[in-house]
Design a protein. Structure first.
Length: 166
């Protein structure tokens, strides 16, 4: 079986007119490497001179910061429930990538109400003119939150891992 031809040059071309190119990486299944893909893509885009932000949208189970070797002072929880700004909750990785942590072990983030989802959407719009790329690492599955992140993106990488018989 042949892979479909993808114009990767166009896919990863410069930012959309008037804002960042937003790429969400999603999969219906966990453990397939979405976070690894997002982190490595962020590092490479940053190495090429792009301004890159990563939003770990695996809310309540975020782990981008672990792979990038940072310990965020604030998380999305602080933006949604403590009044911090989006800029205040961003952490900078040693590689120069800006990260918004979705937080880990925070039940409140796993099931956001419509008001919180709206505030989150407004906050993410603030990133639009500050970055060339905003990469979104979604959680596994097809919850309302995951589908909401996917629906807002300008590009989507649907990450699949085939389990072929030996």
């Amino acid at each position: 079986m042949r892979s479909p031809k993808v114009n990767y040059k166009a896919f990863f071309s410069n930012a959309e007119p008037g804002g960042a190119r937003v790429i969400a990486v999603a999969s219906g299944k966990g453990g397939v490497g979405k976070t690894n893909l997002v982190v490595n893509l962020a590092i490479e885009l940053n190495r090429q001179g792009n301004r890159v932000a990563v939003f770990d949208a695996d809310l309540g189970m975020a782990n981008v910061e672990v792979l990038l070797g940072i310990v965020p002072k604030y998380t999305l929880y602080d933006y949604l429930f403590n009044g911090n700004t989006i800029e205040e909750i961003m952490s900078t990785s040693p590689q120069g990538i800006q990260v918004i942590s979705g937080g880990s072990g925070l039940v409140e983030l796993a099931n956001l109400d419509p008001k919180s989802r709206k505030r989150l959407g407004q906050g993410l719009l603030e990133l639009d003119n500050k970055y060339d790329y905003v990469l979104v690492d979604t959680g596994a599955g097809i919850s309302k939150t995951v589908l909401g992140f996917v629906a807002r993106q300008t590009k989507l990488l649907w990450w699949l891992r085939l389990n072929l018989p030996h």
